[in-house]
Design a protein around this ligand. Structure first.
Ligand code: AMP
Length: 121
Protein backbone atom coordinates (compact mmCIF):
# COMPACT_ATOMS: atom_id res chain seq x y z
CA UNK A 1 0.00 0.00 0.00
CA UNK A 2 1.45 3.35 -0.97
CA UNK A 3 1.35 6.28 1.41
CA UNK A 4 -1.62 8.65 1.02
CA UNK A 5 -0.43 12.21 1.69
CA UNK A 6 -3.99 13.41 2.23
CA UNK A 7 -4.54 11.25 5.36
CA UNK A 8 -5.55 13.14 8.49
CA UNK A 9 -2.29 12.56 10.38
CA UNK A 10 -0.22 13.75 7.40
CA UNK A 11 -2.31 16.91 7.47
CA UNK A 12 -1.72 17.32 11.22
CA UNK A 13 2.04 16.88 10.68
CA UNK A 14 1.98 19.58 7.98
CA UNK A 15 0.10 21.91 10.34
CA UNK A 16 -2.99 21.95 8.09
CA UNK A 17 -5.18 20.54 10.87
CA UNK A 18 -4.97 21.29 14.60
CA UNK A 19 -4.17 18.79 17.32
CA UNK A 20 -3.94 18.81 21.11
CA UNK A 21 -0.19 18.31 21.25
CA UNK A 22 1.38 16.42 24.16
CA UNK A 23 4.97 16.04 22.92
CA UNK A 24 7.10 16.63 19.85
CA UNK A 25 10.71 15.99 18.87
CA UNK A 26 12.65 15.32 15.66
CA UNK A 27 11.16 11.84 15.26
CA UNK A 28 7.64 11.90 16.65
CA UNK A 29 4.54 13.92 17.42
CA UNK A 30 2.09 12.94 20.17
CA UNK A 31 -1.42 14.33 20.57
CA UNK A 32 -4.72 13.48 22.23
CA UNK A 33 -7.07 11.18 20.32
CA UNK A 34 -10.16 13.08 19.13
CA UNK A 35 -12.44 10.25 20.34
CA UNK A 36 -10.82 9.00 23.55
CA UNK A 37 -11.45 5.40 24.61
CA UNK A 38 -9.91 5.87 28.08
CA UNK A 39 -9.22 8.82 30.43
CA UNK A 40 -5.78 8.99 28.82
CA UNK A 41 -5.73 8.24 25.09
CA UNK A 42 -2.83 9.68 23.15
CA UNK A 43 -1.54 8.91 19.67
CA UNK A 44 2.17 8.89 18.87
CA UNK A 45 3.09 9.18 15.19
CA UNK A 46 6.46 9.17 13.44
CA UNK A 47 7.53 12.22 11.41
CA UNK A 48 7.77 10.33 8.16
CA UNK A 49 5.60 8.76 5.51
CA UNK A 50 4.87 5.26 6.85
CA UNK A 51 1.54 3.51 6.41
CA UNK A 52 1.73 1.16 9.38
CA UNK A 53 4.11 -0.80 11.59
CA UNK A 54 4.77 -3.14 8.67
CA UNK A 55 6.04 -0.26 6.54
CA UNK A 56 7.80 1.52 9.43
CA UNK A 57 9.68 -1.55 10.68
CA UNK A 58 10.82 -2.49 7.16
CA UNK A 59 11.64 0.94 5.75
CA UNK A 60 12.33 3.56 8.42
CA UNK A 61 15.96 4.41 9.20
CA UNK A 62 17.19 2.79 12.42
CA UNK A 63 17.75 6.22 13.95
CA UNK A 64 14.09 7.05 13.42
CA UNK A 65 12.91 3.73 14.86
CA UNK A 66 15.02 4.29 17.95
CA UNK A 67 13.86 7.89 18.24
CA UNK A 68 10.23 6.86 17.89
CA UNK A 69 10.45 4.18 20.60
CA UNK A 70 12.20 6.61 22.91
CA UNK A 71 9.46 9.17 22.23
CA UNK A 72 6.83 6.57 23.15
CA UNK A 73 8.48 6.06 26.52
CA UNK A 74 8.87 9.79 27.07
CA UNK A 75 5.20 10.39 26.28
CA UNK A 76 4.07 7.65 28.70
CA UNK A 77 6.20 9.20 31.44
CA UNK A 78 4.93 12.70 30.57
CA UNK A 79 1.34 11.46 30.84
CA UNK A 80 2.03 10.03 34.31
CA UNK A 81 0.76 6.55 33.47
CA UNK A 82 3.91 4.53 34.06
CA UNK A 83 3.27 3.76 37.72
CA UNK A 84 -0.45 3.03 37.34
CA UNK A 85 -0.01 1.12 34.09
CA UNK A 86 -0.87 1.70 30.48
CA UNK A 87 -1.38 -0.12 27.18
CA UNK A 88 0.09 0.56 23.75
CA UNK A 89 -1.64 -0.60 20.59
CA UNK A 90 -0.99 -0.26 16.87
CA UNK A 91 -3.54 -1.39 14.30
CA UNK A 92 -2.41 -2.69 10.93
CA UNK A 93 -4.85 -3.25 8.12
CA UNK A 94 -8.37 -4.55 7.72
CA UNK A 95 -8.67 -7.15 10.48
CA UNK A 96 -7.45 -4.60 13.02
CA UNK A 97 -9.75 -1.83 11.72
CA UNK A 98 -6.89 0.57 10.99
CA UNK A 99 -8.68 3.81 10.10
CA UNK A 100 -5.82 6.21 9.46
CA UNK A 101 -3.11 5.01 7.04
CA UNK A 102 -0.21 6.74 8.82
CA UNK A 103 1.60 4.57 11.38
CA UNK A 104 0.49 5.44 14.90
CA UNK A 105 0.68 3.94 18.36
CA UNK A 106 -2.17 4.46 20.80
CA UNK A 107 -1.33 4.93 24.50
CA UNK A 108 -4.24 4.14 26.82
CA UNK A 109 -4.29 4.70 30.58
CA UNK A 110 -5.99 6.35 33.50
CA UNK A 111 -8.19 3.38 34.45
CA UNK A 112 -8.10 -0.40 34.64
CA UNK A 113 -8.10 -1.38 30.96
CA UNK A 114 -9.69 -4.83 31.14
CA UNK A 115 -8.88 -7.76 28.87
CA UNK A 116 -6.44 -7.27 26.04
CA UNK A 117 -8.97 -7.97 23.29
CA UNK A 118 -12.72 -7.63 22.99
CA UNK A 119 -14.47 -10.98 22.53
CA UNK A 120 -16.93 -9.42 20.11
CA UNK A 121 -16.99 -10.51 16.50
P1 AMP B 1 -6.85 3.45 14.10
O1 AMP B 1 -8.16 2.73 14.08
O2 AMP B 1 -5.80 2.71 14.88
O3 AMP B 1 -6.40 3.86 12.71
O4 AMP B 1 -7.10 4.76 14.96
C1 AMP B 1 -7.27 6.03 14.42
C2 AMP B 1 -7.54 6.95 15.57
O5 AMP B 1 -7.37 8.28 15.13
C3 AMP B 1 -8.94 6.84 16.17
O6 AMP B 1 -8.84 6.50 17.55
C4 AMP B 1 -9.53 8.24 15.94
O7 AMP B 1 -10.35 8.66 17.01
C5 AMP B 1 -8.27 9.09 15.83
N1 AMP B 1 -8.42 10.33 15.07
C6 AMP B 1 -8.98 10.49 13.84
N2 AMP B 1 -8.89 11.77 13.46
C7 AMP B 1 -8.25 12.44 14.46
C8 AMP B 1 -7.85 13.79 14.65
N3 AMP B 1 -8.09 14.75 13.74
N4 AMP B 1 -7.21 14.12 15.80
C9 AMP B 1 -6.97 13.17 16.73
N5 AMP B 1 -7.31 11.88 16.60
C10 AMP B 1 -7.95 11.52 15.48
Amino acid sequence: MSYDRTNVFARILRGELPCKRVYEDDYALAFHDINPQAPTHVLVIPKGEFVSLDDFSANAPSKMIAGFVRALGTVARTLGVVESGFRILANHGRNANQEVPHFHVHIFGGRALGPMLSRAG
